[in-house]
Write a protein that binds this ligand. Structure first.
Ligand code: NAD
Ligand code: UD1
Length: 336
């Protein structure tokens, strides 16, 4: 039996594919390459010495999905395909709801038609909006502050409704905190299109000389040094969390949400210092105004995932920065 990985050539999906293949699982990967490249498939093969079965397909194309389910013995789906740029989602809400929500609906319909009911879904800490308290637990109030977050919360609700409708559905909602770093081979990692929105890819591009300096969005928050605090998690730890969630959904019905984070927060300036140490490069920065919609502090209570999935993040901030720097040096202009 195979695991279908949607969005499997993306940043997180490629790391999930590597962990699945290394664990001896058969996988079928689909992606429409809207934010990734076919080269990633070669890289996955280089790392694992295994060639994943791949379809260039869009999750909006239900006929293509039906064909994939009929041609393969799939028993579980890890669903990562989606658009993820918060700023772009504010400009293009319809495109985001269409791609992420309508695409997911097509996928769930195709799964039901094929009798496949195990689902691990890529959600996000953005479903907590601006958190009222930290660490965040899964039962904290959910609300969203941008269309991207709206798509994630909508998909979570659809999956919860499915689990209520039919006990055949086995679902894990994985709420990622801030995935960073890269596979230690340096062959796969985050490959942003254009100027990065997120902190770590931006810092890496400053260190490698592609960008002149980092804008630090606000230094007047109520945090250790005034800059924003986040729960950064190594992408390989995150990928391993998917395998644990897969084990769970293969055995247990219902729908459960899990925070995938380390439980530790780092400020922007602490990240800059950690990256300088890992890379031996200076990261120039200037203080800029706060970014709209940013929380001061956001970090997880990951104890539910530890208790119910047997998963815990292992890598610290040094390893996250070292692996990102290794990837950046090996791919100074990205993978594409
Ligand atoms: P990514 O853009 O690198 O990967 C997503 C992949 O999905 C890409 O390869 C893209 O080409 C593909 N895709 C998009 N729309 C598709 C469609 N309609 N049909 C087929 N393929 C499609 O992003 P990522 O960082 O790897 O994120 C993976 C998932 O995790 C996304 O759903 C994202 O929202 C979620 N997530 C990411 C983060 C993060 O910080 N990276 C945080 C929380 C949640
Ligand atoms: C962002 C998204 C969030 C998404 C998450 C992971 C917004 C408002 N939120 O969150 O929905 O789930 O990414 O993909 O975009 N920073 C700088 N300078 C930069 C970039 C970032 O100072 O150039 C600061 C931010 O203000 C923040 C921290 O670095 O304090 C982390 O930012 P980022 O990597 O964008 O992640 P989030 O803000 O957590």
């Amino acid at each position: 039996m195979s695991v279908l990985v949607t969005g499997g050539t993306g940043y997180i999906g490629s790391h999930v594919c590597v962990e699945l293949l290394n664990a001896g699982r058969d996988i079928v990967v689909i992606d429409n390459f809207s934010n990734s490249s076919p080269k990633v498939l070669e890289r996955i093969t280089e790392i694992t010495k295994k060639e994943p079965k791949f379809y260039e397909a869009d999750i909006l194309d239900e006929a293509a999905l039906d064909k994939i389910f009929s041609e393969n013995k799939i028993d579980s789906v890890i669903h990562l395909a989606g658009l993820k740029a918060v700023g772009e989602s504010v400009q293009k809400p319809l495109e985001y709801y269409e791609n992420n929500v309508t695409g997911s609906l097509h996928l769930f319909c195709a799964m039901r038609k094929a009798g496949v009911y195990n689902m691990v879904f890529s959600s996000s800490a953005c479903v907590y909006g601006i958190p009222k308290r930290v660490p965040i637990v899964e039962t904290d109030p959910l609300h969203t502050i941008n269309p991207y977050g709206g798509t994630k919360l909508t998909i979570e609700r659809i999956l919860e409704d499915l689990a209520v409708s039919d006990s055949k559905w086995h679902i894990s909602l994985l709420r990622y905190f801030n995935p960073i770093g890269a596979h230690e081979s340096g062959l796969i990692g985050e490959d942003p299109n254009g100027i990065p929105n997120n902190l770590l890819p931006y810092v890496a591009q400053v260190a490698v000389g592609r960008l002149p300096y980092l804008n630090v969005f606000g230094n007047d928050y109520d945090t250790v040094d005034g800059t924003g605090v986040r729960d950064y998690i190594h992408v390989v730890d995150l990928a391993k969390g998917h395998l644990k969630a897969l084990d769970k959904v293969e055995k247990t019905p219902g729908c459960s949400a899990y925070n995938l984070g380390t439980g530790t927060g780092y400020s922007v300036l602490q990240i800059v210092a950690a990256f300088e140490k890992a890379s031996g490069k200076k990261v120039a920065y200037q203080i800029a105004p706060r970014r709209a919609g940013d929380a001061a502090t956001c970090y997880a209570d990951p104890s539910k995932a530890a208790k119910e999935l047997g998963w815990k993040a292992e890598f610290g901030i040094e390893k996250m920065c070292e692996d990102l720097w290794n990837f950046t040096q090996k791919n100074p202009n990205g993978i594409r």
